[in-house]
Design a binder for this molecule. Structure first.
Ligand code: 6DJ
Length: 651
C-alpha cells in the first residue's frame, strides 16, 4: 500500500482534486486497539520501515539512499535528530546544508516514504554523547537524562526550537511524520526518572498537539522504566532474540494495539580494535518473516548506516573504553557506499510476500575508482603550528582543565608544562584514576615519547632537563553514547604525576585543527623553518587529480598508525590502521573535485608514519581486518586493477 503524499499539487488542480483526495483534516494515523493494528486514513496499515541517519550521509546523496530504500519495498523510514548536530553552542542553531532537517523530510516525501521521527533528546545511535551537546557538561554537576532543572531548561529551549519546525510535517497536518518517539531506550538508563519522562511527554503534547502518535522504545529489560502511560510502548530486538517472549512483554504494556519492533537489527556496530560485526542473511530474513506473519510493524535498524565523519562517533564502555569506528556500515542492506547488497534483495523478497512493493530494478552499485599509490610529503610536526592552531593563545591553570571547561567540544587539546628539575633516570609519568580521556601523545621538547591510553596503557618513563617542555596532546575519541553515565568529560581529568611529584602550572591550547587544514596554504612556508622529527603528531599531505569521471572510493593507509584525514578541507574521519578492523575510509565521489582539478588530502598522523608515506584509493572497502599486516596493492598501469597484494611488515 502506497503511503499518502502531502498535498503538493499544482494550484490550478487543487480546488478540483481536494474534493477527491483526503484533506489534511481527514488525514490520520492512529492505533486501532479493537483490531491490534494501525489505521492510516482509516485504512488498516502496517509499516515496514528502515533506519538511516541524515547526519551520516552527505546531503547530495540523500535522494539516492531514500530512493533505494523505497525500491526495497519500505513504506517508511525512521531517523533520529541529534541535538548536538543542530545546537553547537547554547542558543546557536544550525539547520543548513547536511543539517537541513526539513530538506530531508521533503526528500522523504518525494521518495514516497512516511517518517517515524526520533528527536530524543538522547538518541544513543553510537553518536557522540548519544546526541546530547557536550556544552551541557560545562556545568559538571548536571544530571543528564533526568528532571534536573538545568538539564530540563536546556531540553525545553531546544525542543521549543525544533518541535515547531516539524509540526507542519506531522501526517495529520499534511506532512509525512506518522509517529514520534520520546527519549530512547530510557529503561536502559540508571536514573529511571518518571518525572523526566512525564515532562518530555507533556512538552511534546504542548508543542505537537494531541493527534500525533507518541511512543517509546526499549529492550526487554528496559520496559519498566522506559514505558509511560499515554505513550505507545514498543520494543527492540534482533534476529537472535526470542521474538515470542519479547512481544509478550510488549503485550504486558500494550494489551491491545499493533506489535511493533522499532529496532530490528540487520547488522551491528563496530568498535576500534574489535572484530567486524555481521548478521547473517538467513537469520535476518527469517526474523523479519516471522514478525510480518504476526502482522507486526517493523523498523530495520540500520537499513543504511553511513559514516561517522569528523569527530562524530560515540563510544561504549564495557570494562574498557570502546570508541566506535568511522564506518557505520553496520552490515546493513545498503552498504556505507550506498550500494544494494545481497541482504537487501533477500529482505525485499520477504517484504514482497506480505505487501506490494514498487516494480522496477534497484539502481546498480555506484561507479568506483582506484588511484595511487600516492606519496605524501611531511608538512611538519603539529607543535610547529601551535600558534596557528591556537591563535588566541593558551589558557593557564595550576591544574589541568578539561575540554568542557575550556569549551573545546571535539578533537584535540595540547597540555604543556615545564620540567622544574633534571630527570636523568627514566622516571614514571602517569595520570591517576585513569584520568587520560582518551589518548595522550607525550612529547619532551618535541620528541615523541609514547601514548597514554584510557583504561589501557597509563604510564610512560621519561627523562629530561630542567626547563624542558613536557607536552601531552590529548585526543577526544568521542563521548560515551550508551551506558550508565554520559557525562564523559574529556582531557586530563587529574594532574599527571612524574616520579613522586604532582605536576602543576599547566598551559592548555585548545586546537582548531580543522580551521588550520582549511587555511593551509599560507602556512606551507613555515614547514622549512625547523628540523622535523618524523614521529609523533605530524601533518602530511599531497595533491592529486582524477583523470576520468571518477567514482566513490576507499582511502587505504597501509602502514600508517592512527590519525585524522581531511580531503579538500572536509574532515573524513579517524583512521586506526594499527588496530582495525576498519582499514579503509569511505570517500564519496562528491567530496572530490571534477576531473583535472587539484584535490588535496591532509593527514594528521598521531604516532608513527610508515617508511614509505604512501596512501591508496581502492575500489572496495576493507572493514574486517584485525590482523596487523598491511598491504600495498600495486596497480597495473593499463587496467588500473589491483594485482595480488604485497604484504608489508606488521607493526
Ligand atoms: C544491548 C544493546 C543496548 C544498547 N542499544 C543499542 S546498540 C545499537 C542500537 C543503537 O544504539 C540505537 O540507537 C539504540 O536505540 C539501541 N541500540
Amino acid at each position: 500500500m502506497d503511503p499518502k503524499k502531502p498535498l503538493c499539487l499544482p494550484s490550478l488542480l487543487l480546488p478540483l482534486l481536494t474534493l477527491l483526495l483526503p484533506q489534511a483534516d481527514t488525514r490520520s494515523f492512529v492505533v486501532d486497539r479493537d483490531h491490534d493494528r494501525f489505521l492510516l486514513d482509516g485504512v488498516p496499515f502496517r509499516y515496514v520501515s528502515g533506519s538511516l541517519h541524515y547526519f551520516r550521509v552527505p546531503r547530495v546523496l540523500w535522494a539516492d539512499r531514500l530512493f533505494k530504500m523505497r525500491m526495497s519495498g519500505l513504506n517508511a523510514i525512521q531517523f533520529y535528530v541529534p541535538w548536538n548536530y543542530h545546537e553547537p553552542e547554547p542558543g546557536v542553531y544550525n539547520f543548513n546544508g547536511s543539517r537541513d532537517l526539513i530538506a530531508f523530510l521533503n526528500e522523504a516525501t518525494i521518495a514516497d516514504l512516511l517518517v517515524i521521527l526520533r528527536p530524543g533528546p538522547y538518541i544513543c545511535a553510537e553518536w557522540e554523547m548519544g546526541g546530547l551537546p557536550s556544552w551541557l557538561l560545562r556545568k559538571p554537576s548536571i544530571h543528564l537524562r533526568t528532571s534536573d532543572p538545568d538539564f530540563l531548561a536546556a531540553v525545553d529551549s531546544w525542543f521549543k526550537v525544533l518541535l515547531p519546525k516539524i509540526y507542519p510535517w506531522l501526517y495529520h497536518n499534511g506532512g509525512n511524520i506518522i509517529s514520534i518517539q520520546v527519549e530512547n531506550e530510557y529503561g536502559s538508563y540508571r536514573a529511571c526518572d518518571f518525572s523526566y519522562m512525564r515532562h518530555l511527554a507533556g512538552l511534546f503534547r504542548a508543542l505537537l498537539g494531541d493527534k500525533i502518535l507518541l511512543f517509546t522504545t526499549d529492550g526487554p529489560e528496559g520496559l519498566k522504566c522506559g514505558s509511560l502511560k499515554g505513550l505507545y510502548t514498543t520494543v527492540d530486538f534482533g534476529p537472535a532474540d526470542n521474538m515470542t517472549k519479547i512481544f509478550a512483554l510488549q503485550r504486558k504494556y500494550e494489551p491491545r494495539g499493533p506489535l511493533v519492533n522499532s529496532e530490528y537489527y540487520t547488522g551491528w556496530l563496530d568498535y576500534w580494535g574489535q572484530n567486524h560485526s555481521t548478521r547473517s542473511i538467513p537469520s535476518v530474513t527469517q526474523g523479519l518473516k516471522n514478525m510480518l506473519k504476526l502482522g507486526a510493524s517493523v523498523n530495520m535498524y540500520m537499513f543504511h548506516g553511513g559514516t561517522n565523519f569528523g569527530y562524530w562517533n560515540g563510544a561504549d564502555e564495557k570494562g574498557h573504553f570502546l570508541p566506535i569506528t568511522t564506518s557505520y556500515d553496520y552490515d546493513a542492506p545498503i552498504s556505507e557506499a550506498g550500494d544494494p547488497t545481497p541482504k537487501l534483495f533477500a529482505l525485499r523478497n520477504v517484504i514482497s510476500q506480505f505487501q506490494e512493493i514498487p516494480l522496477g530494478p534497484l539502481p546498480p552499485p555506484s561507479p568506483k575508482m582506484m588511484l595511487g599509490p600516492l606519496t605524501l610529503h611531511m608538512d611538519g610536526n603539529l607543535l610547529n603550528f601551535l600558534y596557528f592552531l591556537c591563535p588566541q593563545g593558551p589558557i593557564h591553570s595550576i591544574l589541568p582543565m578539561t575540554f568542557e571547561a575550556v569549551k573545546q567540544d571535539h578533537g584535540f587539546m595540547l597540555y604543556r608544562t615545564y620540567l622544574t628539575r633534571n630527570i636523568f633516570e627514566p622516571t614514571q609519568f602517569w595520570v591517576p584514576n585513569n584520568g587520560v580521556h582518551d589518548r595522550g601523545y607525550v612529547m619532551v621538547d618535541g620528541v615523541f615519547q609514547g601514548v597514554l591510553e584510557r583504561n589501557m596503557k597509563y604510564k610512560l618513563f621519561l627523562t629530561g632537563k630542567v626547563g624542558a617542555k613536557l607536552d601531552v596532546l590529548l585526543e577526544n575519541m568521542g563521548r560515551l553514547s550508551f551506558g550508565s553515565n554520559h557525562s564523559d568529560f574529556k582531557g586530563l581529568l587529574e594532574p599527571p604525576i612524574l616520579g613522586q611529584r604532582i605536576l602543576t602550572q599547566w598551559l592548555m591550547f585548545p586546537l582548531k585543527v580543522d580551521k588550520l587544514v582549511k587555511w593551509w596554504f599560507p602556512l606551507q612556508l613555515l614547514k622549512r623553518s625547523r628540523p622535523q622529527t618524523p614521529s609523533g603528531p605530524t601533518f602530511y599531505s599531497t595533491t592529486f587529480k582524477i583523470l576520468d569521471s571518477g567514482g566513490d572510493t576507499f582511502l587505504f593507509l597501509p602502514g600508517w598508525t592512527k590519525g585524522q584525514v581531511w580531503i579538500n578541507g572536509f574532515n573524513l574521519g579517524r583512521y586506526w590502521t594499527k588496530w582495525g578492523p576498519q582499514q579503509t575510509l569511505y570517500v564519496p565521489r562528491p567530496l572530490l573535485l571534477p576531473r583535472g582539478a587539484l584535490n588535496k588530502i591532509t593527514l594528521l598522523e598521531l604516532e608513527n608514519v610508515p617508511s614509505q608515506p604512501q596512501i591508496q584509493f581502492l575500489d572496495s572497502p576493507i572493514l574486517n581486518s584485525t590482523s596487523h599486516k598491511t598491504y600495498i596493492y600495486s596497480l597495473s598501469a593499463d587496467t588500473q586493477s589491483a594485482s595480488e597484494p604485497m604484504e608489508l611488515s606488521g607493526h
